[in-house]
Design a protein around this ligand. Structure first.
Ligand code: GLN
Ligand code: ZN
Length: 755
């Protein structure tokens, strides 16, 4: 019974790769030293995996920027604008990913987007019509040799040809990407041939698209590609993850592969489907330890479930993590100041490999002392979890009734009352919440964290920042103000730190893209709000002006998605617990006289399941959670929400069902096209379509914003429209923000004059 590692985080347990990359990009580290650091990290990670008992060590999980980009470079699928003659070198990769590198001519970076339903962003390969492929980058082969030199057996891990095409974009002209499949298969064949020549026996071919709904041409492409690749003398492990692939079971059962990997964490029910279809010599790799969460596994429960399978399959059963450990923090051992009760509930990448080994012991040697100790620990960990429950939170949730989710009146009535209270002009202007997080503000936070400032000093300095932010907005003539969020490091962490049932690590970093890592909060218990979180700031800011200042909160769906959530209760329940905590804050803000409260939900769409058939169930609880967080207010309190994306065609019904009074969205880059969904749906409430792109440092022109709003007004009634930027302004400087907002206000005045 082998242990199968689908891939290990490359960033380093102290984010060594991140720091080396950034130094290299700044020109402070020679390329050779970057490569040496990378190599040392690979060796460490391989050694850890080997020590845990993993038989074949993954190759191809290491990347200088992104593993999809490494594959594209290997296949010579590099955009023409990033090339520097014929050769592909390390800086070519960085030019594709970042638009620039220490050498070569800068050119706009390729797009980046989320990898399936994870928070990892990959670089979207650009493929042109008639594109040709060839092997142009030697990294995989070099790393295979590195593993061999260490005395181990390498297992290359590659995105398969169909997923590669699926994730790429047709560039230059519209064409059917599948026309590139034959050429692509030739190069994949060459690639596998070279691996075979290096003595590689198994290759992990990842086809995560299998978890999606696929139409016939893509299914045919899968068949065609495995037929082609199986012609080689190398064993293929068809690898899926993030969801069930049972809906393609017939196709998959007929593929000529030596093994199949299933993600049983996201879709345990698919096991029986494939057990009955497994070929007599096929290997089944079962992903039973969650590769994308941080909780220690209930190994005793898993072992019990797997025991009959292990008896049946014997050697042909491999034990694995559900997906690559890329999405998991690296090493729990570094968490020296975590509460022991919480630490005991956790397993990071290194610990997950140990879990696999323990699981093997439970299955192969259940009477050993080691097995007994593992079971005992699992039982006692569960008991501890149960003891930590908060009955008050659970009772409150159980006692909710339908009316707790609903505002008193329908939107038209609320709109009248809000207008009577707020007396806003036509096309009210506002911003999304944050203002520049200047070096001075960051320094303040750092000094406070290090204890160099007392809480009082810190507070006073931040108050000054807040006052300055309010004054600037007043001078600009903005109608609905914000306090600026200077006290927040991050929109989820800030709330997480103040909620019961949520914990934080010191080094629980996970790669988000390139050298960027995030450190999600851990939702380990029942969530509640022990005391107000934002009330003082809202009160203070409102005390400085007669204009309305928005109370600013992060919504429950976003807090959930951007955290590591517990697995012993449903996401629906966790989300509603968070919603109740936010609801308490909303009630406090209203009581303090705050007339407008914004509840941000930028991650709302991210939570959508991979398959359409599962969307409604998610949307139901996500919408309900939002409503629960907001519905306690009176009719004349205005609820805003913000989502920083603009694809609403397929979810507009749910967006409307959230019943916010105002929604602000990103639209400037799509020239308001995206309001079509709202128009067609006859969206009833108010909308602030962003009029300029905050990602750009350029000052938006008055006329451009006037034109955008005129377009918007053709789709949406003018009384329903607000004027605001696309998103928060914290990454910009005041020198950029002030002229931009001045123009935004000027554009609004011009529009009001014209109408
Ligand atoms: N209120 C937040 C801000 O302005 C919203 C950020 C976001 O949408 N991601 O920064
Ligand atoms: Zn946003």
């Amino acid at each position: 019974m082998q242990l199968n590692s689908l891939g290990f985080p490359r960033i380093g347990r102290r984010r060594e790769l991140k720091f080396a990359l950034e130094q290299y990009w700044r020109g402070e580290l020679p390329q050779q030293e970057l490569q040496d650091i990378a190599k040392a990290l690979r060796h460490t990670h391989w050694q850890w995996q080997a020590d845990a008992g993993v038989e074949r060590l993954p190759v191809g999980d290491f990347a200088y920027y992104d593993q999809v980009l490494t594959l594209a470079a290997t296949l010579n699928a590099i955009p023409a604008r990033h090339r520097d003659g014929d050769k592909v070198d390390l800086d070519t990769l960085f030019r594709v990913a970042r638009g620039r590198a220490p050498s070569g001519t800068p050119a706009p970076a390729a797009e980046m987007t989320k990898y399936f339903n994870t928070n990892y962003h990959y670089i979207v390969p650009e493929l042109t019509e008639g594109q040709r492929f060839s092997i142009a980058w030697e990294q995989y082969f070099d790393e295979v040799e590195e593993v061999k030199a260490l005395g181990y057996d390498p297992k290359p891990c590659l995105l398969g040809p169909v997923s590669f095409l699926y994730l790429s974009k047709a560039y230059g002209s519209e064409f059917d990407k599948l026309t590139l499949l034959p050429a692509l298969l030739e190069t994949y064949t060459e690639l596998l041939g070279r691996f075979a020549g290096q003595g590689v026996s198994w290759v992990q071919i990842e086809e995560p698209v299998l978890a999606l709904d696929l139409d016939a041409p893509w299914l045919d492409a899968l068949k065609q590609s495995f037929d082609a690749l199986s012609a080689l003398k190398i064993k293929l492990l068809l690898t899926s993850y993030y969801g069930s692939i049972a809906h393609h079971a017939e196709l998959i059962a007929g593929l000529p592969v030596a093994g199949l990997h299933l993600d049983l964490v996201s879709a345990p029910e698919q096991l029986s489907v494939f057990l009955s279809r497994l070929g007599a010599s096929q290997v089944l790799s079962l992903g039973v330890v969650n590769g994308r969460n941080v909780w220690a596994a209930d190994l005793d429960v898993i072992a019990e479930r797997l025991l009959p399978v292990a008896r049946d399959l014997g050697e042909r059963l491999w034990l694995a993590t559900s997906c690559s450990l890329l999405h998991s923090p690296v090493d729990l051992a570094l968490e020296t100041s975590l509460a022991p009760e919480l630490k005991r509930q956790l397993a990071f990448a290194r610990q997950k490999l140990i879990e696999l080994r323990s699981l093997k012991t439970l299955l192969t040697n259940p009477d050993s002392d080691e097995a007994r100790a593992v079971v005992k620990e699992c039982i006692s960990r569960r008991a501890q979890r149960e003891r930590a429950a908060n009955p008050a939170v659970q009772a409150r949730l159980a006692g909710l009734t339908a009316s707790d989710y609903e505002r008193d009146s329908a939107f038209p009535e609320r709109q009248q009352q809000q207008q009577a209270r707020l007396k806003l002009p036509l096309l009210p202007t506002t911003t999304i919440g944050s203002f520049p997080q200047t070096p001075a503000i960051r320094a303040l936070r750092n000094r406070f964290r290090k204890g160099e400032l007392t809480a009082l000093e810190y507070d006073n300095q931040l108050k000054q920042v807040c006052r300055d932010t309010i004054e600037r907005q007043l001078k600009l003539g903005i109608d609905v103000l914000v306090h600026g969020e200077a006290e927040r490091n991050d929109m989820v962490e800030y709330f997480g730190e103040q909620l019961c049932g949520v914990g934080f690590t010191k080094n629980g970093w996970v790669q988000s893209y390139g050298s960027r890592c995030v450190k999600p909060p851990l939702i380990y218990g029942d969530v509640s709000r022990p005391q107000p979180m934002t009330l003082d700031w809202a009160r203070y800011a409102q005390s400085l002006t007669d204009k309305p200042v928005k109370g600013m909160l992060t919504g429950p769906v976003t807090i959930l998605h951007w955290s590591f959530a517990r697995e012993d209760i449903s996401r629906d329940t966790i989300c509603k617990q968070i919603a109740l905590a936010i609801r308490d804050e909303v009630a406090d803000l209203e009581r303090a006289g705050i007339a407008i409260i914004q509840i941000d939900e930028p991650a709302f769409r991210e939570g959508l399941p991979l398959r359409k058939q599962d969307w409604q169930a998610y949307l139901d609880w996500a919408v309900d959670s939002f409503k629960l967080s907001a519905a306690c207010v009176k009719d004349d309190t205005q609820i805003h929400t913000h989502m920083c994306y603009s694809e609403f065609n397929d979810t507009i019904g749910a967006i409307a069902a959230m019943d916010a009074d105002v929604i602000t969205i990103e639209t400037s880059r799509s020239a308001m096209e995206l309001l079509n969904a709202f128009e067609e749906f006859d969206y009833p409430a108010e909308i602030g379509p962003g009029v300029y792109d905050i990602h750009s440092p350029n000052t938006p022109e008055v006329e451009a914003m006037v034109a955008l709003m005129e377009r918007a007004a053709r789709r949406i009634a003018i009384r329903q429209l607000w004027v605001n930027p696309d998103c928060g302004l914290k990454t910009r400087t005041w020198d950029e923000v002030e002229p931009a907002l001045r123009n935004m206000v000027a554009a609004t005045r011009e529009l009001r004059r014209r109408l």
